[in-house]
Write a protein that binds this ligand. Structure first.
Ligand SMILES: Nc1ncnc2c1ncn2[C@@H]1O[C@H](COP(=O)(O)OP(=O)(O)OP(=O)(O)O)[C@@H](O)[C@H]1O
Length: 716
């Protein structure tokens, strides 16, 4: 059911013929008969020309007709194959003509569509009403009219169409008919729907956001905002949308930081994160915001828009600051508490240690008490003495039988006020015993004053012992308290008493007898309560015989004599003493000697120790200094002398191994003298100093000089 082309062309040809016949009739009507031959010829000629003209016109017409038909065909092709459905309706809406696209639109061949009412294809009653109103409008109003209806296709699917119609008069009767284009806009409608949904979705998201959000166009006018934004800045949508951002609510957005963001940063960056703005906003007060901005191209308005979301971190920042402050305070409290706890802990540890110590000493004391109790029960004094011997007496180290006798004597005499005379070779420990007696006596809390009679110049001994008044002798420009006065209530230890000048011995006798003396240069008698301990390595009886020592003084001093055994007579004490001195010098020198080989001990025990414990002490000090590692190495080479009752091995170098000698047995004094001479020869007669004989012999230089005087040793 397309357009009929025959309907148009014959009309044109007939009209042309009629026109030609009319023109011919006009011409022939003016011609008069009979005509002359010339006239006739002229007429024939004219006729022939007219005929030729007519034939030419005929050709042109045919040509035009062909052209017309061609364009008609083209038009029909275009009409049929146009992508838009074209329909022609009569005034009641019956289909008169439809092109191929129109039949495809409905999915029905063109034949069955002829004279079909369009309303049959409209989906619902509402659509049908819309279409009939549309037809009425088209017929009544000028120009193109438009409506949208949904149509059902032959396969049952529904399409959304837009109909545009215009009324035209056609045919010989000039009947009105309606030309319509019907376009399937389903896809566009779907898109529009999807767009609307997407927009609504986006709007919902924006509205759901708890953060204020504002959308600006590129010129910084506000396109939209969410309700959080309105609430936060206390503005209404009407006051906001379309407003220039700086003009918003009291110009609260017109601040330097925001201007920097909008005018300097955003033109150069598409995305800005966490841009901090701290500002006193006129309506809402002091706030800190983190701004996140994003520029997005919006197709619908053809330009960029700026999405600006704000995070109000005022409280969080405040909270953070408070938290940091609280944290710092807490930290300092923790530090203080930790320090307190550490202190308390230390104190506790100390207390525990003290308690443990106390507990241990309590246990020890308990043990001792138990021991003493047992002893008491046995009432055996001898046993008690034995037990005490096991303990070293003050500084006195040793366990030998010889020493245990000394311990008993010290124990017996210490509590009494009796004068004690200590006898024995040099270095045997007379000073040590004197201190032990004092410490065990009732005078232990008062002073022990020591006077070495050898070291004091003879001229000063008297004033040293008894004191002097100012001007007592030339050069004495101050008063001096004597040692006897100083020792009042305590003990005086007169070392090397054998060296005391004879004239002083009588004064000393008086002090011992009456407890009285006078200061030099003073007639006033001074009373003193002093316990006297005297010591000597000389044979006092011999000194008396030689007239060098007062006999009466001797007897006064010899109330309780204690003779200290030489070290060679108690060699079993050597390991203990070595151990004691190694510990002492380790601590003093900062060494860590832990072992002493049995060879070394044997070597030390074989030597006869003329300088006794003092000499041993010096040897060990030297050995501790020179030893490498943790084992004691003694480098000294000992001179060995045969001693009464002993046979000693000796090497060429003076070591302890070597050939046995059965030489003459010498007295102790002689041995001592010889030894001093040998040592002096070895040191080139140097007495004092590092390489002096006194150090090797373990004697004070003054003691050595006294010995030399005593033995009459002089450099040859
Ligand atoms: N039994 C001992 N236990 C520990 N050390 C001792 C012992 N005997 C002596 N000593 C030490 O030996 C050194 C000499 O001792 P002290 O001065 O008492 O001897 P001394 O007999 O008085 O000598 P001197 O007659 O030359 O004055 C001191 O350093 C002393 O500590």
């Amino acid at each position: 059911m397309g357009i009929d082309k025959k309907k148009v062309l014959p009309v044109v040809v007939d009209e042309l013929r009629l026109l030609a016949e009319e023109q011919l009739a006009e011409r022939t009507s003016s011609v008069e008969f009979p005509l002359g031959e010339d006239e006739a010829r002229r007429l024939v000629h004219e006729l022939e020309v007219t005929q030729v003209e007519l034939e030419m016109q005929n050709d042109e017409l045919r040509h035009a007709q062909v052209e017309l038909e061609r364009s008609r065909d083209k038009y029909l092709e275009l009409y049929d194959f146009a992508p838009i459905g074209y329909f022609t309706f009569d005034e009641r809406g019956l289909i008169r003509e439809v092109n191929l696209a129109g039949s495809h639109l409905l999915g029905i061949e063109r034949g069955p569509l002829a004279r079909a009412p369009m309303s049959r294809f409209i989906v619902d009653a509402e659509g049908r009403t819309v279409f009939s109103r549309h037809l009425k409008n088209v017929l009544q109003k000028e120009g193109m009219q438009e409506c949208e209806v949904k149509l059902t296709r032959s396969n049952g699917s529904v399409i959304h169409t837009r109909i545009q119609s215009i009324a035209v008069a056609s045919g010989e009767n000039r009947n009105r008919e309606i030309l319509s284009s019907i376009l399937d806009v389903s896809v566009a409608k779907q898109l529009e729907l999807a767009n609307r949904e997407a927009r609504e979705f986006a709007e919902n998201i924006v509205e759901t956001l708890r953060e204020p959000l504002v959308v600006l166009e590129a010129g910084l006018k506000i396109l939209t905002a969410n309700h959080c934004f309105y609430e936060m800045f206390q503005v209404t949508p009407e006051e906001t949308v379309g407003k220039f951002i700086y003009d918003l609510g009291n110009r609260q957005w017109d601040n330097p930081r925001l201007r920097v963001l909008f005018e300097e940063i955003l033109p150069r960056h598409t995305v800005i994160n966490d841009y901090e703005v701290e500002h006193d906003f006129p309506h809402i007060g002091h706030r800190i915001f983190l701004l996140n901005a994003r520029q997005i191209f919006r197709g619908d308005i053809g330009s960029d828009v700026i999405l600006l979301a704000m995070e109000d971190i005022t409280e969080r920042r405040q909270l953070g600051n408070d938290l940091q402050k609280a944290h710092k305070e807490l930290e300092s409290v923790v530090l203080e508490r930790t320090a307190e706890l550490t202190r308390a802990n230390k104190q506790l540890t100390e207390e525990i240690a003290d308690r443990k110590k106390a507990e241990m000493s309590l246990q020890e004391a308990y043990g001792e008490i138990k021991l003493l109790k047992d002893r008491l029960q046995e009432e055996n004094i001898y046993l008690r003495q034995e037990v005490d011997k096991k303990y070293n007496f003050g500084e006195i180290i040793g366990q030998s039988q010889a020493l245990s006798i000394i311990f008993s004597q010290v124990q017996q005499v210490a509590p009494m006020n009796a004068t004690v005379l200590l006898l024995g070779e040099t270095g045997t420990g007379k000073g040590v015993v004197a201190r032990a007696i004092h410490r065990s006596s009732t005078r232990k809390d008062r002073s022990l004053i020591t006077v070495n009679c050898t070291t004091l110049p003879a001229t000063l001994v008297e004033s040293e012992l008894f004191g002097r008044e100012k001007g007592a002798f030339t050069g004495s420009d101050a008063r001096q308290i004597g040692r006897f006065e100083l020792a009042n209530g305590g003990t005086i230890f007169l070392d090397e008493i054998g060296e005391m000048p004879l004239e002083l011995q009588s004064k000393l006798l008086r002090v011992i007898q009456d407890g009285e003396f006078e200061r030099l240069g003073s007639p006033r008698t001074i009373k003193t309560d002093v316990r006297i301990i005297a010591a000597t390595n000389r044979n006092l009886k011999e000194e008396i015989r030689n007239g060098k020592f007062r006999e009466d003084l001797y007897y006064r001093l010899n109330v309780f004599p204690i003779t200290l055994p030489p070290l060679r007579q108690r060699k079993e004490d050597i390991p203990l003493l070595v151990d004691h001195f190694v510990t002492k010098f380790n601590a003093k020198i900062g060494k860590k000697i832990e072992t002493v080989s049995s060879n070394t001990l044997t070597l030390l025990q074989k030597y006869h120790w003329p300088g006794n414990v003092r000499e041993l002490e010096s040897v060990i000090e030297r050995a501790v200094i020179t030893s490498q590692g943790n084992s004691l190495q003694v480098l000294d080479r000992f001179e060995v002398f045969p001693v009464a009752g002993e046979q000693t091995d000796r090497t060429e170098e003076g070591g302890l191994e070597g050939r046995r000698s059965g030489q003459d047995v010498k007295g102790l004094v002689e041995v001592e003298r010889d030894h001093i001479v040998r040592v002096l020869q070895k040191t080139g007669w140097r007495i004092e100093g590092k390489n002096g004989a006194a150090l090797i012999l373990g004697l004070n230089a003054s003691t050595l000089r006294a010995r030399m005087r005593k033995f009459g040793i002089v450099r040859k």
